[in-house]
Design a binder for this molecule. Structure first.
Ligand SMILES: [Zn+2]
Length: 267
């Protein structure tokens, strides 16, 4: 499979997520106009702060992944930190679909799933910014490919984790690497709310509840419901991104299977 096919089949984009932050951004801009000089100071300091964060020692020294030379050092450290976060997760329960896919809401289960599928990380060929990551399983089995937009993005950690596990699913041999289906013209979340996207007619949706999108949706909803040691921000981010991902399930039976799975949360 050529990489260009992977761009279509393995698309994982997140532009809608930015819309969830519009209220926050609105309050930020009014704060900026209230004190422009302070804003300037913060902006001038930002590159130094960012560099310091990038230098922070990775939480896990050995993550069992090999990186191609062109993967930036800061991205390698970030991925090590993201996997260390995943490995630290402790859950107080799990939905039936989560048990079927991963076993339990806990770090070692997630880690086993990821490590048995993803062995190396490389950079993809230049691709549109909405593509964050991809795989090319015929040419590079076991390798996750990052687009420049993934490396440059400041998306929340939980979103990066969801992307990593989504791509891990594509590295399985089954179901043509869990290839995506064509999205309908109108995308709605599991509560029927309509979302504005430009994905209609593109291969960016799933018709199964446990493909790349369903799997990451189930993972995030269970973190939101059961994670005992996640930060409030991680739990909030998990819920927000789960809403976004749920729009990618484009089959009535698959959507109902997910609703049924999440209905176990209230029991
Ligand atoms: Zn995909």
């Amino acid at each position: 499979m050529a990489i260009i096919a992977a761009l279509g089949a393995m698309l994982f984009c997140a532009p809608v997520y930015a819309a969830d932050r519009s209220d926050f951004q609105g309050s930020l801009s009014s704060l900026e106009s209230a004190d422009a000089s302070l804003t300037r100071v913060v902006r001038e300091a930002a590159p130094r702060i960012k560099a310091a964060v990038a230098k922070k020692a990775a939480r896990s020294a050995d993550i069992g992944l090999s990186f191609d030379e062109d993967v930036p050092e800061a991205t390698r450290r970030q991925m090590a930190n993201d996997l260390a976060f995943v490995e630290s997760i402790k859950g107080s329960g799990a939905s039936p679909l989560l048990r079927k896919i991963f076993g339990a809401v806990d770090g070692p289960s997630y880690r086993r799933f990821f490590s048995s599928r993803v062995r190396s990380v490389g950079m993809s060929a230049p691709a549109p910014a909405e593509m964050l990551a991809a795989v090319d399983p015929e040419k590079a089995p076991g390798q996750m490919l990052l687009n420049r937009s993934y490396v440059d993005s400041e998306m929340p950690e939980i979103q990066r984790v969801a992307i990593m596990f989504h791509e891990a699913r594509h590295l399985e041999d089954e179901r043509d690497h869990w290839a995506h289906a064509v999205c309908p013209g109108v995308l709605t979340d599991l509560d029927g709310r309509r979302w504005d996207t430009n994905l209609g007619g593109k291969r960016g949706c799933d018709t199964t509840p446990i493909g790349g999108y369903g799997l990451s949706l189930v993972m995030l909803r269970n973190i939101e419901r059961y994670c005992e040691n996640c930060s409030g921000k991680a739990i909030l981010d998990a819920g927000l991104f789960a809403d976004t991902i749920s729009t990618r399930i484009a089959d009535d039976d698959a959507r109902q299977a997910l609703r049924d799975d999440f209905s176990t949360f209230s029991r």
